[in-house]
Design a binder for this molecule. Sequence first.
Ligand code: AMP
Length: 377
Amino acid sequence: MIPPGETIGILGGGQLGRMLAMAAAQLGYRCHIFAPEPDSIAAEVCAAFTCAAWEDTDALARFASDCAVITYEFENVPVAPLAALGATPILPHPRALETGQDRLTEKTFVTTLGGRTAPFAPVDLSNPESPEDLAAAIARVGAPGILKTRRDGYDGKGQWRLGASGDTSPVDLAGLDLPAKPLIYEGLVRFSAEFSVILARGAAKNGANGDIRFWDSPLNEHEGGILARSSLPAPPEVLAQVAEARTLAQKVAEALDYVGVLTCEFFATKDGPVFNEIAPRVHNSGHWTIEGAITSQFENHIRAICGLPLGDTALIVKGVEMRNIIGADQTGPKTGKWAAEDWDKILSDPANHLHLYGKAASRPGRKMGHVTRLTLG
Ligand code: AMP
């Protein structure tokens, strides 16, 4: 057990790190942020900040010497330089990062655990001789589909929809400006809803498996590829699929010997839950747990990585709705209606909790904060 008073290192300096640090502070821990951007909104609420490149192994080693345990809030942290962190434990284990960073590895891994995914095939346009070219992938998987970069995609970035529904003519790739890097082509899943399974897993103790707790699964609604809203209770078509999705998420956690909060995103389909992706970290669709559950995802992540007992994850209200505040201009998603003068209006509803992340510049699609609205039973 890492006693309160010690320092927790967090790789990544965004809003998830900020909310993790706030939960850690409540338990008496100090936090030290490592991030390459100088304007870290997590560092603003932390005891220490190392601003250095991910590849700066000297800076990583100095950072590790200040920390009792290291975690991450950003899933695209390069894994190889983490060897410079030496003997300081990294939780969850970096193998979770490696698995979640590549959509092909992730989907293949989940398939080997018996999970249902969209049909998928690798595509490498950087190799014109490659047998795994796009035409072969489309022939195998069918159209319509979505071409995605295997790495570094988030919030719907690095994705191209190919082929209209019911259109059997060859897919027209002209003008798509596809990158010459490894891609994955996925069949378009017909789903009635999207939901996430968020779990916390403690460290294995005395040969026993780590304690696992699940939060209620929210219905997740996206706009422009970005999460706009998570709400509970989820509708019956989601609730009917949660048990099967949890079984898979638990297998994922156990196979990765996972410690901390893990999120798995799913589509609810007529065939059952279809796995979409892993986030090896606290997740936007779990922000409602700050006010809506006995223990938040942030607190349980800190408890898990510090070897403390996990808190109860039960929903404590009749319903919760979490809406993201997304920065926008004319090209932004519909939720970009939020503006400074709205804060007063939001808080004039006493059931609302306003979370602003302190980001100086609002850009289209940038997550600026969220509002959680509780419905008491
Ligand atoms: P992702 O980056 O994979 O989470 O994709 C962002 C969003 O695009 C998802 O939340 C879905 O709304 C949609 N999406 C991604 N993959 C598929 C798919 N294979 N079929 C249908 N919709 C998808």
